[in-house]
Design a protein around this ligand. Structure first.
Ligand code: LLP
Length: 424
């Protein structure tokens, strides 16, 4: 049988007939911790961060891990210890950063709907910057800052109207999107921000989308943002930092995004040529730091042959792995042990009572009930988007570090789920 190249290789690899994460056989983890189980490779996370660190070596730069991709505490701890800051989108995420040992002064706060309470929480913590997404938010933030006796550091998130050529649900920098302030309104909003007593303009920000697999949209964005910086500074408002967001894609199924260092070499050449190379530079990568550092292990519960389709029913479902149902996303599904028996075409589905609960369609697999599979590339936007639908507890998570295994999240129990509920 031909084996597909595994995303996440060499941190996830096949040795003889067994799938390994670093030095640990995944089948041992499934036996010890049960399934569904998320398994992360610490070396894969640091290995994904390294090309960004190389690209920005010697520069005044900060990587802010966009923690919405995976906000589990132990994941945050790995990145905090590696020197990362964090891009947050809620007060809850700020609480997680602090609980994981991250520094508030390396936190930037994005999102279109920050509440007053979240603004206060972030001001009290002393975050580095609010990425403001509307004129109304500028006014409210100034008011809240004044009421706390503080000045809020702000950048405006520009919507550069660039097509990132990705799934419509994860495009954010186009005119029809709810995100950011339109390119043509940006200058006026900066002058307004500079006039508000509770704000201090410190930077400019953009983010055009996710799972971007080519450099072109980034180059267009860099040009548009730098044009704006020139126009804003010509009006006397200084822009200290330039934040180019996240969005770099990963290999799910033969996708070929540029490597982070190659992409940034190209972008930095452009930024240097335009004379902005000495500015403080910031980025907000999420998926590219964790996506291929995690897999979800699941047990085959039943094989159900049918007239039109054969179903392979596994114990992980759309509540654990929502991306196929939400974005028709593709995740490779690899048996932990290859069988020599003939393979069959299956739709791989979960136990949730929805036809949309599928994990992979038309997959050729040689599996039997009781076998285990790994859903690959499950480090980003899986656990952080997991739900309790059908009163399914969220999965357990382990972190592999060489030959060491750390349980980083216990499997959620029904009691955990009902905590806080009351009979009336
Ligand atoms: N910065 C901002 C302001 C963002 O909104 C996002 C992601 C990022 C950074 C990180 O983008 P990344 O480097 O991860 O592409 N749930 C979807 C992806 C949603 C992305 C939302 N924003 C998925 O599973 O594909």
């Amino acid at each position: 049988m031909t084996l597909q190249a595994l995303p996440g290789d060499p941190f996830f690899s096949r040795r003889d007939n067994a799938l390994f994460c670093e030095e640990i056989a995944l089948s041992n983890l499934a036996a010890q911790y049960g399934t569904p189980l998320f398994v992360y490779s610490k070396a894969a996370m640091l290995g994904a961060l390294a090309p960004y660190q190389r690209a920005f070596a010697g520069r005044n730069a900060q990587v802010h891990y966009a923690m919405k991709a995976n906000s589990s505490l132990a994941v945050l701890q790995v990145f905090a210890q590696a020197g990362c800051g964090f891009d947050i989108v809620s007060g809850g995420e700020l609480s997680r950063v602090l609980a994981a040992g991250g520094q508030a002064d390396k936190v930037i706060f994005s999102g279109v709907g920050k509440t007053r309470a979240e603004m206060r929480q972030a001001l009290d913590a002393g975050i580095a910057c609010f990425n403001v997404e509307s004129e109304a938010e500028l006014n409210v933030l100034s008011e809240v800052a004044l009421s706390c006796g503080k000045v809020a550091p702000v950048s405006i998130r520009v919507n550069p109207n660039v097509d990132p050529q990705t799934h419509p649900y994860i495009s954010t920098g186009l005119k029809g999107n709810k995100f950011g302030i339109a390119h043509e309104d940006t200058l006026r909003c900066y002058l307004h921000a500079a006039s508000l007593p509770g704000l201090k303009v410190v930077g400019i920000d953009c983010h055009i989308g996710s799972q971007i697999t080519s450099a072109g949209p980034y180059l267009d964005t860099v040009d548009k943002v730098l044009d704006l910086v020139q126009a804003i500074e010509a009006e006397g408002v200084a822009i200290q930092h330039l934040d180019f967001g996240g969005g770099l894609g990963i290999d799910y199924n033969g996708d070929t995004p540029p490597a982070a260092d190659a992409l940034w070499a190209q972008l930095l050449t452009r930024i240097d040529a335009r004379g902005f190379g000495g500015r403080r530079l910031m980025i907000e990568p999420g998926r590219s730091l964790v996506g291929n550092a995690g897999v979800c292990l699941s047990e085959v519960l039943y094989l159900k042959p049918g007239e039109q389709k054969n179903f392979c029913i596994i114990d992980a479902a759309m509540n654990d792995l929502p991306r196929p149902a939400m974005y028709q996303a593709f995740h490779q599904i690899a048996p932990l042990t290859q069988r020599a028996t003939a393979a069959t075409l299956y739709d791989v589905v979960g136990p949730v009572c929805e036809s949309g609960d599928w994990i992979g369609r038309d997959r050729t697999l040689a599996v039997q009930a009781g076998d285990h599979v790994a859903v690959m590339s499950a480090g980003a936007y899986c656990m952080s988007m997991a739900s309790n639908y059908n009163t399914r507890g969220r999965a357990a998570e382990v972190l592999v570090d060489g030959d060491q295994v750390h349980l980083m999240r216990e499997r959620e129990t029904p009691q955990d789920q009902m905590r806080g509920e009351r009979l009336v």
